[in-house]
Structures are given as structure tokens and as C-alpha cells.
Design a protein around this ligand. Structure first.
Ligand code: NAD
Length: 464
């Protein structure tokens, strides 16, 4: 089996297939497996978000009587630590690959037909590989903003993670996952951050009660958040950039920034792979069309991860990778999740899984919600972070859990309970009957479930 692309989808597929006894070749341009997630995405950004959380936590500690003073930031050391985290994890994956005797080839792969691939190494060396089956796990790349020309002052998610310097004034175009996570990093490191989002709210598509809590905090720390606004022109100006911004009412403003980060979405890497030499079909959006086993329309080629459709999340890719590998090894497997968790690692974090309120309304799904405010949580009080809530989206007749949405400090660590509940077909009463440890934030899930029956412990709901 050949796997093209060694990100969290590709390496998980290769590892699983090798463990199931297949002879596996894994092709990627990097020296080790890891893909965008480890080299230029999830991992370095989370390392930097950890650093930014240390800064905000220590600043806020002054409010409870511990004053650390102004942090002294050694950018070089921070960069080196982040790079070390990446190096350690990717080298570890390289070792796991070797232990499984996977044939790892470094280079750019291109299908010659449905059974062979040409791989070009960085020094121009070429080799041809034949295979019985292939899994395409080529990922995605950032969408560029046509009005922002190539300039070292215009960053994308990759160059933003390099942390070359901390610009005085940073404009972020796109109030989505990357814009808000990297905005949080740069803001805590000392930049004045402005966000431009073309939709009427941050993180479009996410339940607005969740984003409102984040928006309220960001509004206190960012210089400005401009919604329903577009960047129509970007020019170099006096050692910086001049951006022309157009708001909802058509009003134009021109503002100066030192740098700009464009984070307006990602597009699947389905071009330049020789897919036209196979029978694999693309959707109009450029994704490979796949079935529940992740087989494309070419029976010898499977596809997983960002190139196989939304949501473009590493954990979805990993799961698909294992499904594809099991299926190609003759086992029975299908990609049919009820709940794919999403986590935005801002401060506070936002996490959800299953059906969202927004989606339920759109699809006319009947639902009821219960919401437990963190202001009523003992644990939230002891960590001085009561800005959050835990929401359950339930079937109105059975109390079955359809979705979970949480906003609050570190809530990304809580959402997996929601995933398990939904996948197991649990009802609110099941969560209510599970004893949760006190005092923890996980109790907010149990207490939200209690509200479904009408008898909460720490939240009084008058009985009618
Ligand atoms: P995104 O889709 O999350 O957000 C892009 C935002 O840009 C949207 O809000 C969109 O309305 C806005 N936008 C688009 N064009 C614009 C324009 N011309 N002017 C102003 N705003 C504009 O995309 P992203 O932040 O680039 O991230 C890409 C993908 O990477 C995400 O969808 C996600 O799947 C993945 N990701 C996940 C995580 C995580 O899991 N924590 C973190 C980073 C990235």
C-alpha cells in the first residue's frame, strides 16, 4: 500500500496498515511524518498558545494577590522551545515509522496511473513506485487574499508561526480558527491586534452564545474587531502596509499596520498530484469524492483528511486513516461519526460536538437546550474563571443528547465526554446518573444534564 502525505491522516493510516500486515510505503516532502499539523499547525500553535496563556494567567494573578510584574519575553528562546517541541514529536513519529518497517520516501509524489506513482526528491532524484492500493492524504493549504500581494509583511499561518518579530500593529484578516488563535498569541506577546471578518460574527457557523463569551473577552484585549468588513486594497507604505477596509454600510477607512496575517480558510491539495491520470473524481470544491470506506471513484485509490472533505481537522483525518487502512486490509470499517469534536484554543476556549443549535435550526431538527453557567461552578470560582457555560442540545421527547457546546477556560479537555455520550446514544438522565468528581469543571456537564430533569443542585429553577 502507498500512502501519499504523512500528516495525522496519512501516518495513522500507514501505521494501522503496517500493523495489520501490509507492506507500506509512505511518501512526504518533509524529513519525518507530521504534516502541517505537527510542522506548521496544531502543535506549534498550541505551544505558542500555552506561552500566551502563561502571560495572561500571570497578569490576572495580580487580581488575587500575586503580582509577577511585566513579563520579559525572549523571542529567540520561545521560538527555539516551540521548534524543539515540533522536532521531538516528528522525530518520534519517524522512529515509530521505522519500528514498523514502513518504507518512508521523502519527495513529491505524482500519480502516473491507478497503480504507480513517480516521486521526485528535493535534489531532483526520481523514482517510480508501483502499488496495489493508495491512500491520498495530501491535506490542504491556506487560501490567499488576492488583494494582498506577496510581501514579507503579509503572513499566512505558516509564516506567522515562525514568530520572526512582534509587530506593533497587526491586522488579522479572517476571524476564524487561525485568526483568533494566532491573534491571541500575538496579542499576549505585545502586538496591538485588529481583526477584520467579513461575516457579521466571529467564527461564523458557531453558536453565537458560545462566541459571544469569547468576543467579550477579545474585545477587551484586541485593539479592534471589525465585523461585516472586507479588505479591498493593501499597499506598502512607509515600512508597513496601508489597508483599505470596507464596512457593511460601504464606509471606507484606510489604516496603517506593520504586518498582516491572512487566515481566510484552507483549500484541499488536490492539484499537481496527477489525479487526472486516475479515475478518482473531484467535487466542485476540489475535494476527492469518497464513500464511507473512504474509497474514491477509483477502486484502487482511497482518500482521507482535508483533501477528502470538511471538517478540516486533524482528529477527523486520523480516524478516517484508520478506517481506510482497516477497509483496505479486508476488515469491516466505515466512517460514520455522530460527533466530530471541534475545539478553538483561544482564551477562553470554545468546544462543541454533535449537532449545534445553529445546525438544528437550519435542518429543522426538534431540540431543547439546557445551559449551566460556570458562574455557578465551584471549580470555575476557584480558578477565577467564571466566564463560561456548558450547554446540552437534547431531543425534546427522549432527552437524548444530540450535541454539546462549551465555552470556558480549558473546555477543549471536557468535550470528549460529550463525544462519548453522543456516540453511546446517552440521554441527559445517563449523564445525570454518572457521579462526576468535585470540584471539577466536568461537573458542569452533569449539572447541565440535571437541568433537563428540572432539578439542578447548584442552579435553582423554580418548579412550576
Ligand atoms: P476558517 O474557515 O476557520 O476562518 C476563516 C474566516 O475568514 C471565516 O470566518 C471567513 O468568514 C473569513 N473570511 C474569508 N474571506 C475573508 C475576507 N476576504 N475578508 C475577511 N474575512 C474573510 O479558516 P482558518 O482560520 O483559515 O482555518 C482553516 C482551517 O484550519 C479551519 O477551518 C480548521 O478546519 C483548521 N484549523 C483548526 C484549528 C483547531 O482545530 N483548533 C486551528 C486552526 C485551523
Amino acid at each position: 500500500m502507498l500512502v501519499l502525505g504523512a500528516g495525522p491522516g496519512g501516518y495513522a493510516a500507514a501505521f494501522m496498515a503496517a500493523d495489520l500486515g501490509l507492506a507500506v510505503t509512505l511518501v512526504d516532502e518533509e524529513i519525518n511524518p507530521g504534516g502541517v499539523c505537527l510542522f506548521r499547525g496544531c502543535i506549534p500553535s498550541k505551544a505558542l498558545l500555552h506561552a500566551s496563556k502563561l502571560i495572561s494567567d500571570s497578569r490576572e494573578a495580580a487580581g488575587i494577590g500575586i503580582d509577577f510584574g511585566k513579563p520579559v519575553i525572549d523571542l529567540k528562546k520561545l521560538r527555539e522551545w516551540k521548534d524543539h517541541v515540533v522536532q521531538k514529536l516528528t522525530a518520534g513519529l519517524g522512529q515509530l515509522c521505522a519500528r514498523r518497517t514502513i518504507h518512508y520516501i521523502r519527495g513529491h509524489g505524482r500519480f502516473l496511473d491507478s497503480g504507480s506513482m513517480e516521486v521526485k526528491g528535493s535534489e531532483g532524484a526520481e523514482q517510480k513506485i508501483s502499488f496495489d492500493h493508495a491512500i491520498v492524504a495530501s491535506g490542504s493549504k491556506p487560501v490567499t487574499l488576492p488583494v494582498a500581494s506577496a510581501s514579507r509583511r503579509v503572513l499566512d499561518s505558516t509564516s506567522a508561526l515562525n514568530l520572526e518579530d512582534i509587530p506593533g500593529q497587526l491586522l488579522i484578516v479572517g476571524g476564524g480558527y487561525i485568526g483568533l488563535e494566532m491573534g491571541t498569541v500575538y496579542c499576549e506577546l505585545g502586538a496591538e491586534v485588529s481583526v477584520v471578518e467579513m461575516a457579521p460574527n466571529l467564527l461564523p457557523g458557531t453558536d453565537s452564545d458560545l462566541t459571544d463569551v469569547l468576543h467579550a473577552r477579545l474585545a477587551r484585549h484586541f485593539k479592534s474587531i471589525m465585523l461585516t468588513t472586507r479588505v479591498t486594497k493593501v499597499e506598502e507604505e512607509g515600512g508597513g502596509l496601508r489597508a483599505t477596509l470596507q464596512g457593511q454600510d460601504g464606509k471606507i477607512s484606510r489604516q496603517h499596520f506593520d504586518k498582516m496575517l491572512v487566515a481566510i480558510g484552507r483549500t484541499p491539495n488536490s492539484k499537481g498530484l496527477g489525479l487526472e491520470n486516475t479515475d478518482a473524481e473531484l467535487t466542485p470544491d476540489g475535494f476527492l469524492r469518497v464513500d464511507p470506506q473512504r474509497a474514491t471513484t477509483d477502486p484502487r485509490i482511497h482518500a482521507i483528511g482535508d483533501v477528502a472533505g470538511e471538517p478540516m481537522l486533524a482528529h477527523k483525518a486520523t480516524h478516517e486513516g484508520r478506517v481506510a487502512a482497516i477497509s483496505l486490509s479486508g476488515g469491516k470499517a466505515a466512517f460514520e461519526p455522530r460527533a466530530i469534536p471541534s475545539v478553538i484554543f483561544t482564551n477562553p476556549e470554545i468546544a462543541w460536538c454533535g449537532v449545534t443549535e445553529t445546525e438544528a435550526r437550519k435542518r429543522n431538527i426538534r431540540f431543547t437546550i439546557t445551559k449551566f453557567p460556570w458562574a455557578a461552578s465551584g471549580r470555575a470560582a476557584t480558578i477565577n474563571r467564571m466566564d463560561g457555560f456548558t450547554k446540552l442540545i437534547l431531543h425534546p421527547d427522549t432527552g437524548r443528547i444530540l450535541g454539546v457546546g462549551i465555552v470556558g477556560d480549558g473546555c477543549g479537555e471536557l468535550i470528549s465526554e460529550g463525544v462519548v455520550a453522543i456516540e453511546m446514544g446517552a440521554r441527559a438522565s445517563d449523564l445525570e446518573l454518572c457521579i462526576h468528581p468535585h470540584p471539577t469543571l466536568s461537573e458542569t456537564i452533569m449539572e447541565s444534564a440535571q437541568l433537563a430533569t428540572g432539578y439542578g443542585t447548584h442552579f435553582f429553577k423554580p418548579q412550576s
